[in-house]
Ligand binder design. Structure first.
Ligand SMILES: Cc1cc2nc3c(=O)[nH]c(=O)nc-3n(C[C@H](O)[C@H](O)[C@H](O)COP(=O)(O)O)c2cc1C
Length: 322
C-alpha cells in the first residue's frame, strides 16, 4: 500500500515537472523589469534574487518585487538548463547535481552592488526536496553579514521542508527568516500579507509612492522633477483617493483634487508610467500613448498585462500614499 502511494506521488511529481518543462522560460530574457547592476532606488534597499527554470518562482519573485519595491535579480546559470537537464528521476544533470554535495553550478551574472542591500528575498524551485545547488553557489559568492535573508520557494507539491535550513550555514552571519513555499495559485494579496508579517525594518525613501488598488499595493518610484516633489509633499500630509476611469484602452485617469506644477514634454508612454495631465489629472498608463504631459513616476517590475489585470477593465478606485 505504502509503495503504491509512493509510486503515485512520484508519478504526479514527474507529470508536473514534465508539463512545466515543455515551456521553458527564456533564461537570457533581460527584459524582466529587473534593476540589475544599478544602485537600488527601493524603499528599504531590498533585492529579490531568484533562480527559475520554468517561470513559477519568477512569478512569485515579481510579485514580491512589486509589493516591496525591491530590485529583481535573476540568478542565471552559466550553462542554461535544458528540458532534458530538468527531467527529474532520469539521472539527468539536475538529478546529478542535487545528489552531489560538492556540486556548485557556475552563475553567469552577478549583483555588483550587493553591499547596498539590507534585505535579500531569495527564491528557488524545490529540487529533490532541497534548494538547487546553484543557490549554494550564489550564497557562497557574497558577504551577507548583517543582511536579512528571506528564503522562498515553489514546488510541485513538497513543502519548504529542510531546504531553507540547509542554506543557513552558507551565510551564517545573516539574519535568516523562515522559509516559505508558494503555490502557483498565490495571489498578490497573499504576497502582501506575507511581506507584512515579516515586519521588516524598512527605511523610508522620499523617492517612493504607494498605489493601493483593491487588495494590491503597487510601489512606484517618483520622477526627478518639481511636479513629483509637490505630489510627494501633498501625500505626506494625507493619502489621496482617486476615482479613475478607463480611457482609450491605454490608461486609467482621474482628478487629483488639486493642481501640481507642470513640466510637460512630448513622449510616448509605456506600461507603468504615472503621468500628470493638464496639471490636475493623475494617469496610470498600462499601454502606449504619445502626448504632451508631465512625468510623475513609474511602477517598476510590471508588464502591460499584469497592470491591466490589477487595475481591471472598467473604473478603478486607487489610493496614493507615501
Ligand atoms: C530536478 C527537479 C527536481 C524536483 N523535485 C521536486 C520535489 O522534490 N518536490 C516537488 O514538489 N517538486 C519538485 N520539482 C518541481 C519543481 O519544484 C516545480 O516545478 C517548481 O515550481 C519549478 O520552479 P520554476 O518554474 O521556478 O523553475 C522538481 C523539479 C525539478 C526540475
Amino acid at each position: 500500500m505504502k509503495k503504491t502511494i509512493t509510486l503515485i506521488l512520484a508519478f504526479l511529481l514527474l507529470c508536473f515537472g514534465l508539463s512545466a518543462c515543455t515551456d521553458l522560460k527564456d533564461n537570457n530574457d533581460d527584459n524582466d523589469g529587473g534593476n540589475e547592476n544599478s544602485s537600488p532606488t527601493t524603499a528599504a534597499n531590498i533585492l529579490v534574487a531568484y533562480f527559475s527554470c520554468t517561470g513559477n518562482t519568477e512569478n512569485i519573485a515579481k510579485m514580491i518585487a512589486r509589493e516591496t519595491g525591491g530590485a529583481l535579480h535573476e540568478i542565471q546559470p552559466q550553462i542554461p538548463y535544458t528540458e532534458a537537464d530538468l527531467d527529474y528521476y532520469s539521472g539527468g544533470r539536475a538529478d546529478r547535481e542535487q545528489a552531489d554535495p560538492a556540486a556548485r553550478p557556475a552563475i553567469a551574472n552577478s549583483v555588483e552592488n550587493m553591499p547596498d542591500y539590507d534585505v535579500i528575498f531569495l527564491g528557488y524551485p524545490i529540487w529533490h526536496v532541497q534548494a538547487p545547488k546553484i543557490i549554494y553557489t550564489f550564497l557562497e559568492s557574497y558577504d551577507f553579514a548583517g543582511k536579512t535573508i528571506v528564503p522562498f520557494c515553489t514546488s510541485g507539491s513538497s513543502g519548504v521542508g529542510s531546504s531553507a535550513d540547509n542554506l543557513r550555514p552558507l551565510a551564517q552571519n545573516a539574519d535568516w527568516k523562515n522559509g516559505t513555499r508558494f503555490s502557483s495559485k498565490t495571489t498578490e494579496s497573499e504576497i502582501k500579507a506575507f511581506v507584512e508579517q515579516l515586519n521588516l525594518d524598512l527605511k523610508t525613501d522620499t523617492n517612493m509612492l504607494k498605489i493601493a488598488v483593491g487588495n494590491t499595493t503597487l510601489t512606484a518610484s517618483l520622477a526627478d522633477n518639481a511636479s513629483a516633489a509637490a505630489l510627494f509633499e501633498a501625500l505626506k500630509k494625507s493619502p489621496v483617493t482617486i476615482e479613475m476611469q478607463d480611457y482609450g484602452n491605454f490608461e486609467k485617469v482621474g482628478a487629483l483634487g488639486f493642481s501640481l506644477p507642470r513640466s510637460d514634454e512630448y513622449f510616448t508612454t509605456e506600461a507603468g508610467d504615472l503621468i500628470l495631465y493638464q496639471g490636475n489629472q493623475f494617469v496610470i498608463y498600462y499601454d502606449t500613448n504619445s502626448w504632451n504631459f508631465t512625468r510623475l513616476g513609474k511602477i517598476e517590475n510590471i508588464t502591460a498585462s499584469e497592470l491591466r489585470s490589477i487595475l481591471g477593465s472598467g473604473n478603478a478606485t486607487v489610493t496614493l500614499s507615501v
